[in-house]
Design a protein around this ligand. Structure first.
Ligand SMILES: Cc1cc2nc3c(=O)[nH]c(=O)nc-3n(C[C@H](O)[C@H](O)[C@H](O)COP(=O)(O)OP(=O)(O)OC[C@H]3O[C@@H](n4cnc5c(N)ncnc54)[C@H](O)[C@@H]3O)c2cc1C
Ligand code: FES
Length: 251
């Protein structure tokens, strides 16, 4: 992990309230799919955690939804040429153990770390991607997802692709391609339904959790989550990727 002063190359709106930010690190920094960075926004003491979506040479791209004051300032203030303080790479990331068929199931802003997973794993295994959005207008980065062998875009209102959730879309096809592993990131209700579905299928799930964070490096304990065995884990340091069966989503 290191702290760098990056240079913004682009910070462009790609969907309503969603931006794609590319910055140059000045050197190549190896980043695994599922790892994240902490971005310092002027005027905010706490850095904001954002997953790495794409790492190409010295260029890193993250995609973020404008949620509160910090991400609003990030979208408004940082234009091409601006300097940006960033801590990266953080967290563990997704791990494959020789699986040949992997399903990727994402919802909302959770699709962005999964784009990194599609990019990293598609060359060596069969990736089937199910990506959920609110509606057609919100669909973005589709060209990156098309690297997967199969891509299903799901929308809540049916305005594009499958009418329903990404989990429902995957469940309709799961018996055809029999994934050995599912990778996921998304809102809590989605993780809950996927956890129940995967338990029935007896397929392991690696989930990237989006917990509130303070330091991002394991020191403040703001991000602690409950595990099903009664232990606790720091999402920033021990995760953000966990075996979903080991995480207590109701705690
Ligand atoms: C590992 C990880 C990866 C993430 N990757 C992405 C991504 O790729 N794209 C994306 O759009 N969002 C991502 N998020 C969520 C993103 O961090 C929050 O939306 C963002 O921090 C909100 O900041 P804010 O100042 O706009 O909102 P505010 O609500 O004003 O934030 C107040 C404080 O709460 C923290 N906070 C609020 N919501 C979250 C949240 N969901 N997760 C973590 N901290 C939060 C903020 O960092 C800040 O310290 C990720 C979160 C984590 C933990
Ligand atoms: S955010 Fe400080 S310990 Fe995880």
């Amino acid at each position: 992990m290191r702290e760098i002063t990056a240079t913004v190359l682009e910070n462009a709106r790609i969907a309503p309230d969603v931006y794609s930010l590319t910055f140059a690190c000045g050197e190549e920094i190896p980043v695994r799919a599922g790892q994240f960075c902490m971005v310092q926004v002027h005027g905010f003491p706490l850095r904001r955690p954002i997953a790495v979506c794409k790492a190409e040479g010295e260029r890193i791209t993250v995609c973020y939804r404008v949620k509160g004051a910090g991400t609003h300032a990030l979208a408004e203030t940082y234009q091409k040429g601006e300097k940006l303080r960033v801590l990266l790479p953080l967290g563990n990331g997704f791990f494959l153990h020789g699986e040949e068929r992997v399903a990727v199931v994402g919802g909302g802003a959770g699709v962005f770390p999964l784009i990194a997973a599609i990019r990293e794993f598609s060359p060596t295994c069969r990736v089937f991607a199910y990506m959920g959005f609110k509606n057609r207008e919100n669909v973005c980065m589709e060209y990156e997802m098309r690297r997967a062998e199969k891509l299903v875009i799901a929308t809540d209102d049916g305005s594009l692709g499958y009418h329903g959730t990404a989990v429902q879309a995957m469940m309709e096809e799961v018996l055809k391609f029999k994934p050995e592993l599912i990778l996921t990131c998304g809102p809590l209700p989605m993780l809950r339904s996927l956890k129940a579905a995967a338990a029935r299928l007896k397929v392991p799930v690696q989930a990237s959790l989006e917990e509130r964070m303070g330091c991002g490096v394991g020191a403040c304990l703001v991000c602690v989550c409950n595990k099903t065995n009664g232990e606790h884990a720091r999402v920033c340091k021990d995760g953000p990727v966990f075996d979903l069966s080991e995480v207590d989503l109701d705690g």
